[in-house]
Structures are given as structure tokens and as C-alpha cells.
Write a protein that binds this ligand. Sequence first.
Ligand SMILES: Nc1nc2c(ncn2[C@@H]2O[C@H](COP(=O)(O)OP(=O)(O)OP(=O)(O)O)[C@@H](O)[C@H]2O)c(=O)[nH]1
Ligand SMILES: [Ca+2]
Length: 513
Amino acid sequence: MDEPKVTGTKPRTCCPRKSLLILGFLFASAAIALVAMAVTQNKPLPKNIKYGIVLDAGSSHTNLYVYEWPAEKENDTGVVHQVEVCTVQGSGISGYSKDPDEAGLSLQNCIKRAQEMVPEQQHRDTPVYLGATAGMRLLSLQNRSVADRVLSAVENMLRSSPFDFQGARVISGQEEGAYGWITINYLLGNFKQTGWLDFLPHLQSSSGTSGALDLGGASTQITFVPDHEPIESQENSLHFRLYGKSYNVYTHSFLCYGKDQALRLKLAGDLQSTQNGSLLDPCFHPGYFRVMNTSDLYTSPCTANGEQQLPFRRLHLQGNGDYQVCRKAIQKIFNTSHCPYSSCSFNGIFLPPLQGKFGAFSAFYFVMNFLNLTTEKSPVPLNRVTSTVQRFCSRPWNEVKAEFPNIKEKYLSEYCFSGAYILSLLENGYGFTAEKWQNIQFLGKIGSSDAGWTLGYMLNLTNMIPAEKPPTRPLSHASYVGLMVFCSLVLVAVLLLGCFIFHKPKCLQKGLI
Ligand SMILES: Nc1nc2c(ncn2[C@@H]2O[C@H](COP(=O)(O)OP(=O)(O)OP(=O)(O)O)[C@@H](O)[C@H]2O)c(=O)[nH]1
Ligand SMILES: [Ca+2]
């Protein structure tokens, strides 16, 4: 018997499952490939780091700074930072006038330290600069040829190092002020153009920068952008164009008004009224005693004019810690009797009205930091700073010494004078009122970098600050690729969804009814 034949067609499978599976697999693979490509393409490349070295040959000592930055971001703002500071042992290079070769030799240890910090294969490409400041300016005034010998000794030492020697010179007070201002504004990110705000300049403060106050051992600098005032004296006026913006900057460097030379000026003045070489000094702690050769006081050009035949060779200085009297004694070194401009600081030097915020560094910071006046978030009010210095000055020297046994006696014994000097300079010299005082921030470091002129000097000499804003793309490469991948995925998903809706498999359509 014939088996009954099954007639009719085979029932159709409701979904082309295999095709769907294949499509799904292809889609997933494509998506994974896209994401993997974006990730690998954007993996950070091995960093190409560049280095630069600057030696700050100050009046009191020399510091060597090593800076580093990613090579490909050379012209961005805020990318260079300090990775090392090495303090040269002994005095500043101007202290080697009797044996200039020693000035060169004194740098050896710090050069070795720099050799350890910079990878050997990059030594030859690493520029090294030396800038000398007020100590060498004074030595040049005193004896030009000795100053030149000291400079060539340090130059020879740096030339014999494996680095790329780019010069050793005495920088001017103007440069010192300007580079300090560039350093702090670069590190604070004040040169960054703020995108949307670029189109609305009236919403920004007049310059968007911070002024710079630097107190060294032999000179002090004040630099800031005044508020629309003309800068009445040419030698105090600088013009910069940085990252596409113009800045008219006021700067002045007072030679002899660093804190060591200012103390000499004060003592030389006080000596004129002593008969026997004993001086009761209100700027030192009660119980403090120091003997000095009077000739040492007059070795600097700052005090040389006041040199006189004194009937004694030694000065016996005894502290009595009287802050108010100390301020009066300090006030005498600022001559405010004449001003050929609309406004002056002192000694007939033009000073426009103070404007904006200020960063105060070097000895401004060392002293305020010692007095615990820098730790709070907001600036400590002027009356509290005054009372802190006053209280500190009145403390007996043996008590102060016992409390800070690890601080060098030279530094410790002079914090009272230095505190009073800083207040005199800022309040009476520059005219910081209690209100304006709140705009001063005492800065040691900004990030990992010391506040000072050296970074600005290097940025300038390596042309790392462009005059015009470098053209930038609206998106970074990584964001661009990421967005491309995301948009592709959305497109594919929308396409698939569209196909799915308009060519819906019949079984699904049935199920829906
Ligand atoms: N307390 C304290 N004082 C310091 C320190 N380093 C330097 N000083 C003193 O602070 C004053 C200023 O120091 P610097 O800013 O290094 O001065 P400088 O660069 O040698 O001098 P200039 O050439 O005038 O700039 C000097 O009297 C130094 O002796 C420190 O770490 N602590
Ligand atoms: Ca200095």
C-alpha cells in the first residue's frame, strides 16, 4: 500500500533566524571593532619630555631649578613645571669677589644633581641659563672687572657641564620684576583664554592678572597692571603681548631695599647718632646681642655714601624688641620728601594706584610663613599681622632661640626686623591700606613650582610663550574620535530599528494582532 503522500508545502519558518543571528553578530563585531579602534588610537603616546635648567644667582645664595614639560605641548600655558630645586651651599656668587674661581666650583654639587634628574641622552639638548640679580648688580657698581671675573668663572663651570649652555648674565631689575610677574601669572593660569569669555572682554577684570611682589636680600620688585592709568615714567613701563592679549605693565626694582641691604641702611643711619658704638636696636629681641665691624656695614654701594670717620671700629648691637620704635627707625630709609609724578612710592619713584590682586613671594613668604600668617585660606587682616609681629619682637631672645632650635640663628634673629620691614615697605612704601592688604597672597610655591623670576626667564628665552593665541580645534582628538564612534553607533542602531519596524517579520506582525 502506498503510503499516503503528504501533500502541500512545508510550513515556512516564521523568522529568518539565521540571517538575524548573522546580522546581530556582524553588528556586535563592528561595534566592538569601532570602540577598540578608538581606544587604541587614543592610547596616550609615550611622553616626550623636555627639560630646562635655570640658576638663580641671588645676593644671598644660588638656587638651581630643573623644569620639565611635554614636548608636544610646548606652547600651551601652564604645562612647564619645576621638578627640582637645588640650593648651592655657601654665599651668593657676588660673595666670591676675593676668589672668583670658587664661585664656579660652588655650583658643582647642584650641576651633578641636575645630571641625575635629566636623562643622560637628553643632557646635550637641555638648555642651561644663569641669571644673577641684585648682589651682582651691586658688585658691578663697585668693581666691574671683579664682577666680570666672577661671571666668567660661573660661565666656565656651566660650559664644562654636559648641558647646552645658553648664557650667564646679570639681569636688570626690570627683567627681574617682569619675569616674576610672568611666572606667577603663567602658573596661576591667568594667561589662559577662557573660551566663551573671550568674546565678552567686558566681563573680565581689566587685565585678569595678578601683581607680583618679590623681596630678595639686596633688591625688591613690584610689578602689576595698573587700571587704565598712563604709566608716567618710561623706565617703569613694559609692554607684553602674550597668547593674543596685550598687557601694559608697571614695574620697579628698588636696589638696596632687599631685606639684608635695608637692614644695613637702617643700621648705617642709626650709627650716625651713636657716640660710642653701642646701639640699642628696637628691631631685635630683648636680650639679643651682636657685634659687627663698622667697616662691613659700608662695604656695599648702598651704604657707601653715608661712610664717615667713626670714632669706633666695632658696633655693639643690643636688642630691645620695641616694634613701634622699630617701624619709626625703618621709616627713615624711605625718602618721601619729593615726587616728580602724580604719585610715588618713595625716593621719588613713580607708582600708579595699586590695582588687583598681588602674589608676594621670596622673603615676603619666608617671613610671613615663619610667623604662621600664611596658613589660613583667606588673607590675614593687616591689624592681626601687625599685632603678631609686635608680639614676636617683644619676646626675649633666649625664649625664641629655645623654641626654634633648628632654625639658622641668622634667619631667626632677623624675623622681627624683617616682619617690621615688610609692613613698612608694603604699608608706607607702596601704600597698601588695610583694605588693599586683603588682596595680597603670600606664595611660596604654585603647584610644584617656586614663585620667582626663573621660570618666566626660561619661558621667554625658549620662546615658549607665543605672542598670539595658538589656533586650537574646538574638540580634542580623543573627544572627536569618541563622538564619531558614538554617532556611528546611534546611526547604526537607528537604521536597524527602522528596518525592524518597517520590515517586521510576519510572525511578529501576527502576534501583534
Ligand atoms: N627664613 C628664611 N630666609 C631665607 C630663606 N632663603 C633665603 N632667605 C633669606 O631671605 C632673603 C631673600 O632671599 P632670596 O629671595 O633668596 O634673595 P636673593 O635672591 O638671594 O637676593 P636678590 O638678589 O636680592 O634677589 C635673604 O635675606 C635670604 O638670606 C629661607 O629658606 N628661610
Ligand atoms: Ca631673588
